[in-house]
Design a protein around this ligand. Sequence first.
Ligand code: HEM
Ligand code: SF4
Ligand code: SF4
Length: 681
Amino acid sequence: MLRALDAQWARWDGWVQRHLPAEDNPWAQTGRLANWSLVLAVFSGIALLIWYRSSLHQAHDSLAVLAASGRSLGGWVRALHRYSSDLAMLFIALHALRMLTALKFTGARWLPWVSGVGMIVMVWFIGWTGYWLVWDQPARQIAVTSMGFLDALPIFGEPLGRLFLTDRLVPSLLFFVVFFLHMLLPLLIAVGLAAHLVRLTRVKLLPDRRLKIALVVALGIAAWMVPAPLDPPARMAERPEVLTVDAWYLSPLALASRFEKGGLWLAIAGVGLLGAGVPWLLGRRFAPRRQDEGPRPSALFQTTVEIGRCHACTQCEQDCPYDAVHMVPRTDGKPWDHQAWVDPTRCVGCGVCVGSCDSEAMHLPWFDAVAEEPAIQAVTQAALTQGTGPVRVALVAWDAVGGVQRFDESAWRRTLPGYQVHGVPTAAWVRPKFVERLLAGGIERVLVVRDGRGESAARDGNRWAEQRLMGERKPAFRPQRAGGHDDAIRVFDFTPGGEAGLQQRVAAWSAAGDGASTFSTARSWRGAVVLAGVLGLLLALTVGGSHLRVTNPEGVAPELVLSFKAFGPRETAATERSAEELAKLPVHMRGASVGKPHRLPVEVTLTVDGEANTRTYDAKGISRDGPAIDVWRVNLELGAHVVEIRLRDEAGEQRWQGTVEARERHLNVITYEPTEGFRLE
Ligand code: HEM
Ligand code: SF4
Ligand code: SF4
């Protein structure tokens, strides 16, 4: 299924790329665009501080002024901040999906994968704290859900949820902590990103200027056209009927109402572990291998160096896109100081270094050039000896079609009539020396078909393949060694669905006089329209997902909520010891009895309209000397109710009696604290 999805993606990506150069194609730059969106979110967030007041009591008002003033600069900056954050999530999701379907999680890629999952969680949490700062009705849900989530852990003596039952109790300090988390956590993303990219070389963190500007313009227009929504201010005792939520960050709210607190932790931990565990769960199954072979242990797909052939030219070290080749001190006494060494924790088996090595020292175990090149040559020679006409060879990169499993040789023969088709792992696997040999042996033309996606599987390998065969990079193709052929090679891009385009280019090459040795899409008006369309689509998804109106999953039934903290009477229980037990104790500890102070349970009786219910609550604490704490919830019918509460604590019996008016979606909260007594909030 992953491969089928990848093929679908490649088709779409390929279609866009046929109109746009790779560097303008958003589909091929999802990681970089995620970064750029995060950068925009940081800058717009800093600008938003001009209007935003970071205090519990002023936050909503400061945003309400912006929302009420129609289209204003502040409102626009707010919408920019929101949509750029949403866009970051969208691009991260697309990037992760792309990496998943391209099977970029095997072997050494576990590190970018796991750090990527960590960064999704981090970015999501920053967004979650951001929506808290609005302090509107969805923010109330966020706060209540977060507290429920924390209260499921046995770390807090007093349930934090009690603080979010009434407006009076909501702690301003916590709001400030959330604000600081929201400001500071983005710094951690930089750390995550460093781990994410440490195993790649020549990483471009941000897209090209044109794409950057295009995204800013699209975002700016969207933020102007669709201002960010703002719900009424948070009232802790009121359950709103509908909420405007941002699906990109607030979807867990829907989950929270379906799971018990502990269950939510389990569900989240399960999904997180499953996500982070993909390299181990699926990695081995999808390790590179040939079509006819079964699954094999991961180490076998990595390149090995035959030291005896290495003359320490360092080309493989320069070319490896994964920083997996290093020059180490020589061990075999040959007259060079160094030799190449492949770091097995980094090599992903892409095959790029095979094409770097003129002396065939790099062995890709699942497609070793030492065996495969002569095999291809033998087939071409056989065709030559048949003498049925000129022999043309097409070396089709498996990564261009979505992996070796999707390579259909007979379909390729139909796509490229007149060519002898051979599959190779990636375009950069093709050693220029091998092409020289083919041409010197009498082959008329060599066509290399490479992965046409901007975010190609072999990263820089695509560039190297072209540059080597055009004589611009070492090891360079030497026409004099190829029997003087200098127009006999082409490197063309291909993405699934692009057969017709490839055929056109091949036909143009066949027609005498066409000199273009490689093909890449040029910029055009049509391309600009396609780019605008793709960005428009992405922004529609972003903005649409940011304005979801959902029914509040909490019930409508009014509730009576009694939240109390009470200390039961102290009791010092004496522990009698037998004469035998006393004899075992040291002399100074042989008092007649020892006592441990603890508190008796607190008894609470709640009477609603004459119907009484009594509960007893044990004191908290290891030696049961703390307070008894609980939130007692009772569903009420609509209308007025007479409520009586009796509670016996260390100060004696406490009583409250009064009438509460039960309204839909409303909580009638009564609190009890030893210092304050009862309070109808
Ligand atoms: C804040 C979130 C993220 C950002 C900003 C980000 C950014 C990037 C960038 C810029 C690259 C290098 C692209 C290149 O130049 O070829 C990259 C590579 C990669 N990313 Fe992410 N990423 C993020 C999240 C993720 C997630 C969630 C996953 C998967 C779960 C992931 C998996 C990978 C992998 C496997 C690579 C290596 C690709 C290769 O081997 O060629 N990333 N990321
Ligand atoms: S390219 Fe070949 S010869 Fe050069 S350093 Fe690498 S293994 Fe050695
Ligand atoms: S196969 Fe070669 S180029 Fe690719 S990661 Fe391994 S050492 Fe680097």
